[in-house]
Design a protein around this ligand. Structure first.
Ligand SMILES: [Zn+2]
Length: 143
């Protein structure tokens, strides 16, 4: 899976992660499916509803609002982003348990580094994905 990010989003993730410290930052990735992955067009930051500092929980109200807003647009929620303020940018056991939906792209930011993963679903964890910071070829495609 190739996860293509718009040019401005790559640098924004470490800034958002730093702003949330010591909490984990989180949000939903909006975009569209491609032949070999997903093209992300934007990030919808979420409140982190988890009680603990080393966990995150996306606001389901945000998810529902996004799904309503994106209906019929050709775009949808294609992934999940969160930060690891105190750990490496690799999925934790808790992340694997929380990866409920197969095929979603997961991005994890730690420090200045962001890594990409594809969720296997049903709590089975992740396989590494390729992060592409190249300009998105679909960003201005309104056809
Ligand atoms: Zn995590």
């Amino acid at each position: 899976m190739i996860v293509a990010l718009p040019p401005d989003l790559g640098p924004a993730l470490p800034r958002l992660a730093a702003a949330a410290r010591p909490r984990e930052a989180c949000g939903l990735l909006v975009g569209r499916a491609t032949a070999d992955g997903v093209t992300v067009t934007g990030l919808a930051p979420s409140r982190n509803l988890a009680a603990e500092d080393d966990a995150f929980e996306i606001d389901t109200a945000l998810q529902l609002a996004l799904q309503r807003r994106l209906r019929g647009s050709g775009e949808g929620v294609v992934g999940v982003w969160h930060s690891h303020p105190a750990g490496a940018p690799v999925p934790s056991a808790r992340d694997a348990e929380g990866a409920w939906e197969a095929g979603l792209a997961w991005l994890i930011t730690s420090g200045e580094e962001t890594t990409a993963w594809r969720a296997l679903g049903n709590g089975q964890g992740f396989v590494p994905a390729t992060l592409s910071l190249a300009a998105t070829q679909h960003a201005h495609d309104h056809s």
